[in-house]
Design a protein around this ligand. Structure first.
Ligand code: NAP
Length: 361
């Protein structure tokens, strides 16, 4: 056993406590000092006791929270890939024994026996330091990314979803007739951190991109969107502004009614990427015309979860490029920096929050 100072929950019952606790030692020989951890809906769902699929590591009656992290190498152990002082991001999913896990794709785990740091059966990173193995650490290429590299974990989900988008869009040409995506239309549902990272990525590809919610959004959000040439629409006021002939929908709301509201407007060969989860969302009606339309137009409705190590590398490249653009507002996605003892952040969310983070050092 090893003493740590961090934030724990009892999965799946919930609660959040900050203090010193004895945990089963981590596997690996590289010691990492935690610098920042991000807070996401999964952390809040765990603290509220709403996520039945979560469980504590074997032999422990609690889980150290946290799966979004940025750290600094304190002791590289026997690793030659890292040196003291390097910035690193730890990978969340740890492989089981299935074929996808064995080829480095635990994001596509085929028997559910993978583990996830801070979520299912493995301690997370909301603590002053942790130990890990070389294969589960990704080097941050540029030390100037210190202020925003904690966004790598949410961004890696987007890079995996882009891979899914590339795979499913192979069945028909969905680009413009000059081979780019100029003039193609993407609608992202939701205005949280993941929705922003999706909208920024599709806008980057050349899509004319709309982000939408059922209420207005604050000035900070509007400024970030304007910088990345993304349009916001409050669909509760006038959803005709979104129009028809959408080529790609990304959903981060998990709300079936909203997904189908826009799914019905997909153009031929359109793709809907489902990413958001909300088990409490109400049911919605789907009729024969929806199925006819899906068939006649070759529509694709596809789910995407988590990401592989390659997507962390791609996420860091993308964040580095965005972060180094002149007057980049990327850092403004982080709207609150909290102390580890501020455990109230798990139960109260500031309405203008995009991403809240905890600073550990
Ligand atoms: P988030 O901040 O909670 O974002 C959800 C967004 O959806 C919010 O902006 C919310 O708006 C909006 N929303 C909810 N109902 C809506 C509706 N009916 N119409 C339009 N917008 C609606 O969470 P996040 O961190 O960005 O993550 C997005 C979702 O992805 C979450 O459900 C999360 O659990 C899930 N997730 C999935 C994966 C994966 O691998 N698939 C990984 C991480 C997270 P309000 O806040 O105004 O309600």
């Amino acid at each position: 056993m090893k003493e740590i100072e961090g934030i724990i929950t009892d999965a799946p019952k919930g609660g959040a406590k900050y203090g010193k606790f004895q945990i089963i030692e981590d596997e690996g020989n590289i010691r990492v000092q935690t610098l920042y951890t991000g807070i996401c809906g999964t952390d809040r769902g765990m603290v509220a006791g709403h996520l039945d699929f979560t469980y504590n590591p074997e032999g422990q009656s609690f889980t150290v929270l946290g799966h979004e992290a940025l750290g600094r190498i304190m002791d590289p152990g026997s690793s030659t890939a890292f040196k003291k002082g390097d910035l690193v991001v730890p990978v969340v999913r740890r492989p089981g024994d299935c074929i996808n896990c064995r080829i480095g794709r635990p994001d596509n785990c085929s028997d559910g026996k993978k583990h996830e740091a801070g979520i299912t059966g493995k301690n997370g990173f909301m603590r002053k330091s942790f130990v890990d193995s070389e294969e589960f650490l990704v080097k941050v290429p540029d030390s100037s990314m210190l202020d925003y590299a904690v966004l790598t974990e949410p961004m890696k989900n987007v890079m995996k979803a882009m891979e899914v988008f590339g795979t499913v869009s192979r069945r028909a040409i969905i680009s413009s007739d000059d081979s780019t995506f100029e003039g193609m239309r993407c609608v992202v549902i939701g205005t949280g951190p993941e929705a922003f990272l999706y909208a920024m990525s599709f806008s980057d590809l050349g899509f004319s991109t709309i982000i939408t919610n059922r209420h207005p959004i604050d000035d900070n959000r509007m400024k970030i969107l304007s910088y990345f040439h993304i349009t916001f629409v409050d669909y509760s006021k006038d959803d005709s502004l979104i129009g028809d002939n959408i080529n790609v929908i990304v959903d981060t709301s998990g709300d079936p009614g909203t997904i189908f509201r826009f799914f019905r407007r997909l153009s031929y060969n359109g793709i809907a990427l489902l990413f958001g989860t909300n088990s409490n969302a109400p049911a919605t009606g789907v009729d024969g015309r929806d199925i006819d339309r899906m068939i006649e137009r070759n529509l694709t409705l596809v789910g995407t979860v988590d990401a592989a190590k390659i997507h962390y590398v791609q996420a860091l490249e993308k964040l580095s490029r965005w972060g180094n653009m002149p007057n980049s507002p990327l850092k403004n996605l982080i709207t609150g920096i909290y102390k580890p003892s501020d455990t109230g952040i798990f139960t109260e969310r500031n309405p203008n929050e995009i991403k809240a983070v905890i600073k550990w050092a």
